[in-house]
Design a protein around this ligand. Structure first.
Ligand SMILES: Nc1nc2c(ncn2[C@@H]2O[C@H](COP(=O)(O)OP(=O)(O)OP(=O)(O)O)[C@@H](O)[C@H]2O)c(=O)[nH]1
Ligand SMILES: [Mg+2]
Length: 198
């Protein structure tokens, strides 16, 4: 199962460009290069839906996608890549904070965590912000094809310390190379945020 009839709508460099809508919205968050844009392509089964790059810092603005006239998905720019040859400036953090604090129709956030890296300081800061603003969050561990059993155990230990119990119980593991994991994620998103495809 994939998200059907998905269309790119707009790219918003600042608040004035956010869609004026009360339709439910779900944003995809995570550090640069963790695979957010790839994730959108996989759950929509369309590899040219969102632009993907090996170079971190590729997505610059909030990119809105209409899912079958039912809800919006928002791809976001990543933060805190350790070996970054670029730096996110103050305005990026302001833009993200403003979005998370004031977006009324935001029903939840999907936070991608790299299976090999586990939770970084920046990830923990973001999760704190989501907790403060009481935005329901779903953690999805990405790139599991690059992980192994001991990294997975470490990540689960870290997750137990950082997440609320329900978030920990809902942890999902995904690889863009494994369509079975993609389908599981789609089902979880539709259930969790009570959004439907039709
Ligand atoms: N092996 C593997 N590679 C992946 C996976 N998901 C994404 N990638 C690769 O990771 C790189 C970064 O992917 P993007 O989707 O552009 O990452 P992003 O989080 O959108 O990055 P920014 O836009 O810079 O924030 C690309 O080379 C992808 O092909 C995965 O599950 N497994
Ligand atoms: Mg991206």
């Amino acid at each position: 199962m994939f998200l059907k009839n998905v269309k790119y709508v707009t790219s918003a460099p600042s608040k004035e460009f956010w869609l004026d809508s009360d339709r439910k919205e779900i944003c995809i968050l995570g550090r640069s290069n963790v695979g957010k844009s790839t994730f959108i392509n996989k759950i929509t089964n369309n590899n040219s839906m969102a632009k993907v790059s090996k170079v971190p810092g590729y997505t610059k603005y909030l990119n809105f996608f209409d899912v079958n006239g039912s809800f919006y998905l928002v791809d976001t720019p990543g933060y805190g890549y350790a070996k970054a040859s670029y730096k996110r400036d103050e305005s990026f953090y302001k833009m993200m904070d403003e979005y998370l604090e004031s977006r009324k129709n935001l029903v939840g956030a999907i936070v991608l965590i790299d299976a090999k890296v586990s939770f970084t300081k920046d990830d923990i800061m973001l999760i704190d912000i989501l907790h403060n603003y009481q935005i329901p969050l779903q953690i999805i561990v990405s790139k599991t094809d690059k992980s192994n059993q001991s990294l997975k155990s470490k990540l689960k230990r870290d997750a137990k310390n950082i997440l609320l119990e329900e978030e920990y119980n809902n942890l999902l593991f995904y690889s863009s190379l494994d369509l079975k994991t993609v389908e599981k994620v789609v089902i979880q998103i539709l259930n969790m945020y009570k959004v439907s495809e039709v």
